[in-house]
Design a protein around this ligand. Structure first.
Ligand code: XIL
Length: 324
């Protein structure tokens, strides 16, 4: 029995369904079949991160990233790049090289030029900078920001520079700032909003913001959903695209009650996308409970994705399709 496809159901609307995966899974025929039939946007869960794609000083490893990009092309999916500047999963040689500020600047400049440049014709959007803010809206201390920094680590200076470098390397790609716990109106999203305005006013090429949306089930509270909606609306008023980039909803168990609650929350987000044309993407962080970062990172939770461990659609899929 074929599963009604999310990607087909989204066609009449301004948004797509996407997912992030690891390249080795492509070898599994069943995995590849569900992936290509259900989703029209693909992202690398890890393969384009600094430590993977640039493991030693003069060594780039494009193998997995290339395989994912090729798969996307073959199946008429658009590709999303993740991520150029992040405090996590930076290669050891960078962290342990004892580089000064000038050298860190050169390293990041070259890295962005090489990676964004290689895929300039393939990638429609990049998470240029990922997770630069703390929960209170202050800038996070990262190797790029201040250890030793890239030579201009005042405020959002390094972020602006990264966007300019990315734009030079991939002039046709939409450039995103991406973060988590920024879905609702809160200090972190306020800081992101202030930065986005500042970037736009200063001619920095930012096209959108990514809301990761690693959600807990209590995000279904009406006031939370309203806050998410209002937050998306304020970014849309700046003329920015908004993409949900890493959606999952982690549950304490896989009981019918839990899966039903999860389904309703997934459906609410699809309703929002239908209603808000600036919301251009609903992308899941994986798609099957067989491969999800959640059980490893948030102990005691799981069942976070719309397809079960056997790649069969959970109630979430039916609920999302019912909205469309
Ligand atoms: C996670 C991956 O899913 C894991 O496989 C990896 O071990 C750690 O990173 N925010 C992000 C993603 O932007 O890149 C993270 O992905 C999850 C949180």
């Amino acid at each position: 029995m074929g599963i009604a496809a999310l990607r087909e159901a989204a066609k009449p609307y301004a948004f797509d369904f996407g997912t992030a995966i690891e390249a080795p899974f492509l070898a599994n025929a069943k995995f590849a079949e569900v992936l290509s039939s259900q989703f029209s946007v693909l992202e690398a869960e890890n393969s384009m991160k600094f430590e993977r794609i640039h493991p030693s000083k003069d060594v780039y490893d494009f193998e997995d990233a290339d395989a994912l990009v090729a798969f996307a092309k073959q199946h008429n999916m658009r590709f999303r790049g993740h991520t150029l500047v992040w405090h996590s999963q930076i290669a050891k040689w960078v962290l342990e090289g004892g580089y000064n500020a000038v050298q860190m600047r050169q390293i990041l400049d070259e890295h962005i030029r090489k990676v964004a440049g290689r895929y300039a014709a393939d990638i429609y959007a990049w998470d240029v900078v990922n997770e630069a803010f703390e929960e209170d809206g202050s800038l996070r201390h990262t190797p790029w920001f201040d250890q030793p920094g890239i030579g201009f680590s005042q405020g959002t200076g390094y972020i602006k520079q990264a966007f300019r470098w990315a734009n030079a390397a991939a002039p046709n790609a939409k450039l995103f700032y991406n973060d988590y716990n920024n879905e609702t109106l809160c200090p972190k999203s306020d800081a992101m909003y202030a930065m986005a305005r500042d970037l736009l006013e200063n001619g920095v090429p930012i096209d959108g913001v990514g809301l990761q949306m690693h959600l807990l089930p209590d995000a279904d509270a009406p006031e939370t959903l309203k806050s998410i909606y209002d937050n998306i609306v304020r970014f849309a008023r700046l003329g920015l695209d908004i993409e949900i980039t890493e959606l999952d909803i982690r549950m304490p168990d896989g009981s019918p009650e839990s899966l039903d609650r999860q389904a309703k929350l997934y459906a609410e987000l699809v309703r929002m996308a239908k209603d808000l044309p600036a919301l251009k993407l609903i992308q899941f962080w994986g798609f099957t409970d067989a491969h999800s970062w959640i059980p490893g990172f948030f102990k005691g939770t799981g069942w976070a994705l719309p397809f079960d461990e056997n790649y069969l659609p959970k109630p979430a899929v039916e609920a999302m399709l019912a909205v469309l």
